[in-house]
Design a protein around this ligand. Structure first.
Ligand code: PRX
Length: 642
């Protein structure tokens, strides 16, 4: 029996039990048989969640790009590694074979070296979804530089915070990006960000939209001429198993974004193994994940996981609505996509468009459908299942996080019977558990609680860049000896998990994690604002949208409230990015507070949800009278259209 590729439910249970009984032995076998090592490990796993410290495959030497590229050259040199589908459908798609990918990554790696980048240096990548993005990620890995990809929808302020936090020496960007009918001046955003980043002395610029941009002498260089001059050979840097591979920022409920650090060997083994099984990838399949490489889904399941399996992975530059809402289905037909992995928010937006745009296209190549990033509601699940999968392609509802590196709870298609809205069973090697509020493990089925994991898996993030204490406090302090996910979940009568959502102040909007604190900080920057509180409320496309309660400094403020709303959202766009804009803003004279001065978000959430019949006990509040005035004032937020 090959433990690498699971094909039946009985086999899943067998392999699962084995992976739990002796995880070290299990992962050693997988690592040994399916990857290329320069030197094997001395010890498979050492861990201590109280420190916390986790090490997998200690002593091993490898380079992840040899696993993702070089080892495929002999057998798959002419196979398409990356299939690039441009924003504009009339521009030709580009097929980059493994051989071409090898040459392009090596050239890029040589350019990085020539520009003074060395093993361990941090490189910020701020690029649209063009081949250079995947190639620069791999080029960093080739030479042991730590990549920090920042999603190219983030603002200049958000970009500079991330560049400074991890002390990046270089930024890789482009002269702009296409987004549907629009172009975006990425280089302008980088220029603005770098005004407050003294550590960056080099900017490499890829040409994409051919706009006239400003190049700063001595700092900025066009990428292409450097690549043209560079050699197609670049020896892979030999890395330790636990050397950092990348940093990727995710929002926390408070404070600055957290730079999650992923290391080399464990991340490689786990993303490759999950990719193979969760998508049941077969040699000639064409796999498409619609995420952006700026998020963890793109790192693990557009770049590393698929390439480690020698797969063909599609990179799509555009958006689902351009030139019309049939674009995804047009691409599925055009490239005969076999596995399609997207987010519930996209499914809901597309479901709204009616079936004509779907029915125009031949979707018969599809075998597996995936969902990620937020809970998928029942209606969206059925729409996806009925109209896209035609009830023939199982939906894998994959639960995981930036911090987990890879998929944690998921059906295995054709193996695990699916159930709408359930992520179903833990993946091989994963030991989830539910905890109650008193710190006790909840045993048995048909229960709900806070989702934790009891045992390390190979791709767990090892720390927060520059702040190990925060890593410990956030993930390992709520429950002794357990990794706390921040999510609530329930377990049904057969042991299937359903993720119910965040239990902290992180709100997932269109599949993007947003912490309320940084958005409140941005709102409070407005000169007229005294204080604010942000909560989520249900939205039929985005899953959640943001509701802001804002206290103005001057109660008699006479300025037009809709203008103020626009200005507040403009500040949010500048500080974070358009994804964090508020859908509703209610101006209020007070916020419900506890006697110790803490805002009672529970009450604000209920009001935003229109669930005011059961607000709980408000008598212990410092200012109980404010609750009724907020309820009365809500219509202002609901009725405005700005
Ligand atoms: O709340 C969970 C939700 O997304 C959070 C992680 O967000 P992020 O780090 O941005 O990673 C997203 C892509 C892996 C989780 O804590 N989440 C993710 N997938 C699901 C989900 N909630 C329900 N069902 C899912 N399948």
């Amino acid at each position: 029996m090959s433990n690498y590729h699971i094909k039946h439910l009985e086999e899943y249970y067998q392999v699962y039990r084995k992976s739990i009984r002796c995880p070290e032995h299990f992962w050693e076998e997988i690592a040994e048989e399916h990857f290329m090592w320069q030197k094997k490990w001395n010890n498979v796993l050492s861990w201590d969640f109280s420190k916390p410290e986790i090490k997998w495959f200690e002593g091993a030497k490898l380079n992840i790009t040899e696993n993702c590229i070089d080892r495929h050259l002999a057998t798959r040199g002419n196979k398409t590694a990356i299939l690039f589908e441009p924003n504009n459908p009339s521009e030709l798609a580009e097929h980059i074979t493994y051989k071409q990918l090898s040459e392009r990554v090596n050239r890029f790696a040589n350019v990085l070296k020539q520009e003074g980048i060395k093993k361990g240096d941090r490189v910020c990548i701020y690029l649209p979804m063009i081949p250079e993005l995947a190639i620069s990620v791999l080029a960093c890995a080739r030479i042991g530089a730590i990549h920090s990809v920042v999603f190219a929808g983030f603002s200049a302020t958000a970009l500079s915070t991330r560049i400074n936090d991890s002390d990046c020496k270089m930024v890789i960007t482009s002269d702009g990006s296409y987004r549907g009918p629009k172009t975006i001046d990425l280089k302008g955003i980088v220029d603005e960000a770098l005004e407050s980043c003294s550590g960056v002395n080099s900017v490499l610029v890829a040409k994409r939209i051919h706009s006239g941009i400003n190049m700063q002498n001595g700092r900025d260089k066009w990428l292409q001429p450097l690549l043209d001059e560079a050699s197609i050979d670049c020896k892979a840097e030999i890395m330790d198993a636990e050397d950092p591979l990348f940093i990727l920022y995710t929002s926390g409920s408070t404070g600055k974004p957290k730079g999650m650090v992923h290391t080399t060997a464990g991340y490689m083994v786990y993303t490759a193994y999950t990719f193979k099984n969760v998508f049941q990838y077969k040699e000639d399949d064409i796999y498409w994940c619609t995420a952006d490489i700026g998020w963890i889904t793109g790192h693990s399941y557009i770049v590393y996981g698929p390439l480690a399996n020698g797969a063909t992975t599609v990179m799509f530059e555009g958006v689902p609505s351009y030139p019309d809402y049939g674009r995804f289905w047009e691409i599925v037909e055009k490239h005969k996509i076999n596995q399609f992995y997207t987010a519930p928010t996209a499914i809901r937006a597309l479901a709204k468009q009616g079936l004509e745009v779907v029915e125009k296209h031949d979707l018969s190549s599809l075998k597996v459908l995936g969902s990620v990033g937020e809970p998928i509601n029942e209606e969206a699940w059925h729409w996806y299942n009925d109209n896209i999968g035609k009830k023939q392609s199982p939906i894998v509802d994959t639960w995981w996080q930036t911090e987990t590196g890879g998929i944690m709870i998921t059906p295995i298609p054709f193996v695990t019977p699916t159930k709408p809205t359930y992520a179903t069973l833990p993946f091989i090697g994963i030991q989830p558990t539910l905890m109650d509020e008193n710190g006790n493990e909840i045993k048995g089925n048909q229960v709900s609680g806070r989702l934790c994991v009891k045992f390390p898996w190979p791709s767990i993030a090892r720390t927060i860049w520059g702040n190990h204490k925060r890593y410990k406090d956030t993930y390992f302090s709520a429950y002794e000896n357990k990794y706390f996910t921040g999510d609530g979940a329930l377990r049904d009568e057969v042991g299937y998990y359903r993720i119910t959502g965040r239990v902290d102040d992180v709100i997932i909007v269109s599949g993007h994690n947003l912490g309320t604190a940084p958005i409140e900080d941005a709102v409070n920057e407005h000169p007229a604002v005294a204080e604010s509180a942000i909560v989520g409320f249900p939205h039929d496309v985005k899953g959640n949208a943001l509701y802001g309660y804002v206290i103005l400094k001057d109660v008699g403020e006479t300025r037009d409230h809709n203008n103020l709303r626009k200005e507040i959202n403009q500040i949010i766009t500048e500080h974070i990015g358009p994804i964090a804009k508020l859908d509703k803003i209610q101006f209020t004279e007070g916020l419900p507070k506890t006697r110790s001065g803490k805002i009672m978000r529970r009450i604000l959430r209920k009001i935003a949800h229109n669930d005011i019949s059961n607000l709980g006990d408000t008598s212990t509040l410092l200012n109980p009278e404010v609750v009724q005035s907020i309820i009365d004032g809500k219509k202002n937020a609901d009725n405005t259209n700005w």
